[in-house]
Design a protein around this ligand. Sequence first.
Ligand SMILES: [Ca+2]
Ligand SMILES: [Ca+2]
Ligand SMILES: [Ca+2]
Length: 578
Amino acid sequence: MIPGVTYCTASRGGRQSKWGNVVAVAAAMIFVAGSASAEISHSSIKKRSAAIESVPGEMIVKVRRAGMGTQSLRSALGSLARQIESIDSFATDSQLVKVRLKSGFSVASAIEQLKSSEQVEYAEPNFIYRATESGVPNDARFGELWGILNAGQADAQGTAGRAGVDVNVVPVWATGITGSKNITVAVIDTGIQWDHVDLKDNLFINRGESGSKANNGVDDDGNGFIDDVHGWNFHAKTRASNDDQGHGTHCAGTIGGSGNNGIGVAGVNWNVTLMPVKFLGADGGGTLQGAIESVNYARMMKVDIMSNSWGGGGASQALQDAIQQARDAGILFVAAAGNDGSDNDTRPTYPAAYPVDNVLAVSAINNVGGIADFSNYGKTSVHVAAPGVNVLSSYTGGGYRAASGTSMACPHVSGVAALVLSANPGMSFAELKDRLIKTSQPLASVKRKVVSKGMVSAFNAINNIVPPSGEPDPTQWEDVAVNIESPHPYTDKINLALVVEEPGVKFIRVFFERIDTEARYDVVSVETELGEVVDSYSGKHAGVMSEAVQGSRAVIRLKADDSVNGWGFKVSRIQVIR
Ligand SMILES: [Ca+2]
Ligand SMILES: [Ca+2]
Ligand SMILES: [Ca+2]
């Protein structure tokens, strides 16, 4: 038993919690019977309370009198003057200065000292700000992209999702990794709508055929294709790689729809180069000749990844040879496993099943982590699973549409591969493929159906995190009703720690119906018994699920400073994996 904490044994089925050893601090707790349910909505997507960073030794000071010279500033700062190394005035505000202290002096105590100065209005640390703190972009329809961030929201057909069943890319974006134009993905498909508002900025431009050379009837770069400024159309044998069907535009949006531009969707990569290589016509069909020429063209153009959301036909030696040549050029070939609901190990479909080591075949899962009923699989021939049911993406006509298929799963994986490459430019196709397989998140539904036993995780892949076999499977969470609240409002300097216990479970995570604390200063955290913080929140949140704590006990802690007491927090359920 940890001193100063309260133990809670959660009961199942909505009954009120049973409380053990209630110690002094718990006298302030309020327990409410009955369990309220809360939906996870997109607006509630979690924002972690980031550590507050500031430039060591620096503070920003506002003096009462404008336009003071350095000498009068120094004397205005009074007894602090001897600690000052330098003073910089602002170009845009004559009352603000940046003060740098000599090493060994504390900014915090200098600020404290200045509070009593008549000459100074205020002083504060020279805070450091970072872009995309939360990783959640502002794209209008981002909340519908369950494959990118599944917070339990319903998909396009109204099926409620399961939090965590997604490619786990938001935490990668939060670190500033959002893709690179230096990585080129060939979308071998029906083409890409060139002027789609969410794709045009990431559309491939062949520098040797751009500007005045784009439509001059001359093969300016001498690659054998006249005016191939945006890839090529092997269906019509023209430069018109524009999409006349929709499928390729959909795949392209998942790989690299422009992120954080306020519009539509965000692809796995906000920035990437998307090369349309069209061999499927307006009816969605194409030929072996077109497929081979597409693979050869993309190889010649030195793409990094080929994304192949197509299949059919028999085994072709010529196509296998073309994929092998792409392999020899170091290019990863990502392929949809197929939509026959069958086992590729015993009934191979192509190109997914070609036995070439740059082929990475992809099964489709739905938003609760089940394998899609249409999805092909293969314990030895299909490598990973990815979101592929009711996936929203860009579509021809400048619009957006939800679609289902291993065709939609494949570009999630091509996208993650491109993102990993953007962060590790020297990585070989073999290392990349191995990385994506090894770092996949375990999923019970595909445990015996794909090589990796799980779904692709961008976060794990970028950080080379190989989940141990005991890692939480996002489909195995069960609800347990509890009623745990802080006092409303909480009190100054509260340090409330509550242990939630459900005997025998492997993992616990906590669902906060509501959190409302003084932003930055008062923090609600979820911790292990040893005090390792697995998640923390500050400010206002509604309907957020914490990261998981391993074992049968988790600690919920509320820690506040000595002013501005918010409402506190309320927990109506936890989730466990048995
Ligand atoms: Ca050319
Ligand atoms: Ca030209
Ligand atoms: Ca967008």
